[in-house]
Design a protein around this ligand. Structure first.
Ligand code: MIG
Length: 653
C-alpha cells in the first residue's frame, strides 16, 4: 500500500508516473517540525536503513549524513555527503518494522540517519516542500516492487550493451581506437564497445566530430561495427559559445538556454571554455536538444553517455569577474594566515561554487524557477531529453544511454555509471555496496569504472574488479587522463583476463534474462542477503550479493588476499570458476566458511533448487544473441528449473 502526503507546495519532478490520491492527516511514522523544516523518527535498535541509491558508505545507511545535492566530486571518500545523484528512497527495516519512504523534492534535502543522534532519522529540508510517499508491504522486496511500480519501468538497453566495453579519457584519434580493437583481438579478449571521451569532438562541441582526428566518421563507425564494436560517444551538458556553431546559434535564437535574473543567457565554463546550458527542464528545449543526438545516430552511432550534468561548472563569468575585482586587494599585501586563507578560498572554491547555482533560472512547467530549487532534476532531464528523442528518432531500435547525474525518474530513460571513482580497493567495495541501493531506486543498467578512474591502478585490482564487474550490467573499464593505462591486454595475466571476460559472455543469457525480469517485473537484480533471508547474520553481511534468482556472489575486494570469509544463509553449491569450462564444485553447508580464491578465481554460489545457465562464450555479443548451446549448473537438492527470458535484444519493448 502506498500513501502520498504533501508538505507545502512542492515543485513536481515527474518521477512518479502513477496517479496517487493525496492522503490527509499526519504522515505516519514521522514527527513533523515545520519550524526546523524536518521530519524525524526514532530508529529502534535493530532497524536498518537501505536505499538512497548512489551514496557513500555501506549497504545499511545508518550512521551518516547524506545530502541530496548533485555534485561533481571525484573523491568519493566516506566523509562526503553528496555524490552525483539524488535517490531519495529508503526502507526502514527490521523484524518489527518495514516501510519505505520516498521524499520527492527537486531541491536540497538531507538524510541524517543516526548521524546527529544514533537512534534518530531526520529528513532535513532546505525548502519544506515535498511529496512524501509511505510504502508498506509484506516484505522489503514487496515494498521495493510497489515503489518501482509507481515510478515507471526501468530503462532497457540493447542486449549488446551487456558486452564488455573499454574506455579511456581519451582515445584521441581513430587510429588509437583501431589499436585498442586490434590489441583486444590479438589478446583474444572479446570487446563490444569502445567509448569515445570528450576529445573526439571538435573543440568540445556537442554533436560534432573532429575531422582531422576522426576523418570520414560514418565510415569509421561502420568499419568498427563490422568488427563487432559499437562506438559510444560522450555528450556533455554545456554547449560551447561560438557563433556559427549551429547548436549554439539555434539555442540562442530560440531562447533554449538557462538565463540569469536579467534575462541574459548564463555564461559558465566547462571543457570548451565558455558555454551555455540548455534548459532541459523546458519541454521545447528538451525536445530540441534531444533531436541533436540524431546528428550522430545518422552517422551510425547507437549509444551515448551523458556527462557533467549535475551540472558541473568550472566557473561562471560573473563569479570570475568578481574574483578579478577582489584579487587586486591582495596585491602587494603581506598575506598573513587569515588573509592567505581568504585569498586561497577566493580562487580555490571557484568550481561548482554554490552561489553559481543560484544565478540562473529555468522555464519549468510555465514557471520561472531558480536553479537551486530544481538542481537535482537537471541531469535527469538531460537523460530524459535523450530518451524521449530516441523514441522519435529510433522508434524500433533501442539506443544505449547512461548518465552521470540522475534523480529517480531518470531510470526510465537511461542507466547510470557511478562517476569518477579511484583505483582504490575501497572503491571496489563501494561499487559492490551501491548496486542494490541503485536497483531499489529503479536504476538497473549501472556499473562503475572498472579498475578505477582516478589514480594509478594495479594489475591485481583490475583483476579483482573485473571479476566483480562481470556481474554488473554496465561492464566498462574506464580510466582518467594521465593515469596508468589499464586496457586488459597491457597486463601480464592476459590469459586470466581472457578467462574472466569469457565468463562474462558465458553468463550473458542468465544476466540478460535476470535483468529483463527485474526490469519488466519491478524487481531488483542485486540484493543484500537480508532481503531474502531473515536470519540475524544475513543482516550483517555487507560484501556479498544475490544476483538474480539463482546465485550469490562473494567478490574478493582486498589486496593480497588469497581467499575470503563467506557467510552462507543456507546450503549452497560453490562454483570456483577459473574459466567458464574450468571450475570446481563443492556443496557447502549453511554458516561461515573460509573460501580460497586466487587472483584467477571467481566465487559463485548456486542457491538451493536453482539453476545457472551458461553459454559458450563467443567473440562478442553478435554471436551471443541466440542462446545456442546452453549448459546448466544446478544445485540439485530440489527439482531445479529455470525460466530463461530471451528476445531479439534490440526491438523496443
Ligand atoms: O571531469 O570527459 O565522469 O568519465 O572521462 C572530467 C572526461 C570530465 C568526467 C567523467 C569521466 C570522463 C571525464 N569527465
Amino acid at each position: 500500500m502506498i500513501r502520498k502526503y504533501r508538505i507545502g507546495n512542492p515543485i513536481p519532478t515527474d518521477s512518479v508516473v502513477k496517479e496517487i490520491v493525496l492522503s490527509e492527516g499526519t504522515i505516519p511514522y514521522f514527527d513533523r517540525n515545520d519550524e526546523k523544516k524536518e521530519l524525524t523518527l526514532l530508529l529502534k535498535k535493530n532497524d536498518r536503513v537501505y536505499g538512497l541509491g548512489e551514496t557513500v558508505r555501506g549497504m545499511n545507511k545508518r550512521g551518516w549524513l547524506y545530502t541530496s545535492n548533485n555534485s561533481d566530486d571525484p573523491n568519493h571518500t566516506e566523509n562526503k555527503n553528496s555524490l552525483y545523484a539524488s535517490h531519495n528512497f529508503f526502507v526502514v527495516f527490521s523484524k518489527e518494522d518495514q516501510f519505505g519512504v520516498y521524499v520527492d523534492t527537486p531541491g536540497k534535502v538531507s538524510f541524517d540517519i543516526g548521524y546527529t543522534k544514533l537512534d534518530k532519522l531526520r529528513v532535513i529540508f532546505e525548502d519544506f516542500d515535498a511529496d512524501i510517499y509511505i510504502v508498506e508491504g509484506e516484505s522489503v522486496l514487496d515494498i521495493v516492487s510497489q515503489f518501482r511500480g509507481i515510478i515507471g519501468r526501468s530503462y532497457i538497453p540493447p542486449k549488446w550493451a551487456f558486452g564488455f566495453g573499454q574506455s579511456r579519457w581519451s582515445y584521441m584519434t581513430a587510429d588509437e581506437i583501431r589499436e585498442v580493437a586490434d590489441k583486444y583481438q590479438e589478446a583474444g579478449i572479446p570487446l563490444d564497445m569502445i567509448y569515445m571521451d570528450i576529445d573526439y569532438m571538435e573543440r568540445y562541441k556537442d554533436f560534432t566530430v573532429d575531422e582531422s582526428s576522426f576523418p570520414e566518421f560514418p565510415k569509421f563507425v561502420e568499419e568498427m561495427k563490422e568488427r563487432g564494436i559499437h562506438l559510444v560517444p560522450i555528450i556533455d551538458a554545456g554547449v560551447k559559445v561560438e557563433e556559427g556553431y549551429d547548436v549554439y546559434d539555434e539555442g540562442v535564437e530560440k531562447g533554449y538556454f538557462v538565463k540569469k535574473e536579467n534575462g541574459e543567457n548564463l555564461l559558465a565554463a566547462v571543457w570548451p571554455g565558455l558555454v551555455h546550458f540548455p534548459d532541459f527542464l523546458n519541454d521545447d528545449a528538451r525536445a530540441w536538444f534531444g533531436n541533436k543526438y540524431k546528428v550522430l545516430i545518422d552517422q551510425g552511432i547507437d549509444g551515448f553517455w551523458n556527462d557533467m550534468n549535475e551540472p558541473a561548472i568550472f566557473y561562471t563569468q560573473d563569479h570570475l569577474d568578481e574574483i578579478f575585482e577582489q584579487i587586486d586587494e591582495y596585491k602587494g599585501k603581506n598575506l598573513d594566515v587569515k588573509a592567505f586563507f581568504e585569498f586561497r578560498d577566493l580562487v580555490g572554491t571557484i568550481s561548482n561554487y554554490p552561489e553559481d547555482y543560484r544565478r540562473f533560472y529555468h522555464e519549468y512547467k510555465g514557471q520561472k524557477i531558480r536553479h537551486d530549487k530544481v538542481h537535482n532534476i537537471f541531469g535527469y532531464n538531460m537523460t530524459r531529453a535523450a530518451g524521449e528523442a530516441f523514441e522519435r528518432i529510433s522508434p524500433d531500435k533501442r539506443i544505449l544511454m547512461f548518465s552521470r547525474s540522475s534523480y529517480i525518474g531518470a531510470h526510465r530513460y537511461g542507466g547510470i555509471w557511478h562517476g569518477d571513482n579511484h583505483s582504490w580497493w575501497s572503491h571496489l567495495l563501494l561499487n559492490i555496496q551501491q548496486m542494490p541501493a541503485v536497483n531499489m531506486c529503479g536504476f538497473l543498467y549501472t556499473g562503475a569504472d572498472i579498475g578505477g578512474f582516478g589514480s594509478d591502478t594495479t594489475e591485481d585490482l583490475v583483476l579483482r574488479w573485473t571479476a566483480f564487474g562481470i556481474f554488473t550490467p554496465l561492464f566498462r573499464n574506464h580510466c582518467a587522463l594521465g593515469m596508468r593505462h589499464q586496457e586488459l591486454y597491457r597486463f601480464e595475466n592476459v590469459d586470466t583476463f581472457r578467462n574472466i571476460i569469457n565468463l562474462r559472455y558465458a553468463l550473458i543469457p542468465y544476466l540478460y534474462s535476470e535483468f529483463m525480469k527485474a526490469a519488466l517485473g519491478n524487481k531488483m537484480l542485486f540484493k543484500p542477503l537480508c532481503f531474502e533471508y531473515d536470519d540475524e547474520r544475513s543482516a550483517q553481511v555487507e560484501d556479498q550479493l544475490l544476483v538474480g534468482e539463482s546465485i550469490m556472489i562473494a567478490p574478493v575486494y582486498t589486496q593480497n588476499a588469497t581467499g575470503r570469509y563467506v557467510y552462507l544463509p543456507e546450503n549452497m553449491k560453490l562454483i570456483r570458476f577459473r574459466a567458464f569450462d574450468d571450475y570446481d564444485e563443492e556443496a557447502l553447508g549453511a554458516g561461515d566458511h573460509y573460501v580460497k580464491a586466487d587472483l584467477n578465481e571467481i566465487l559463485v554460489f548456486i542457491r538451493k533448487g536453482h539453476v545457472l545457465p551458461l553459454a559458450e562464450p563467443s567473440k562478442g555479443m553478435e554471436c551471443n544473441l541466440n542462446n545456442a548451446e546452453l549448459k546448466y549448473i544446478c544445485y540439485d537438492s530440489d527439482a531445479a528449473s529455470y525460466e530463461l527470458y530471451t528476445d531479439d535484444g534490440v526491438s523496443r519493448i
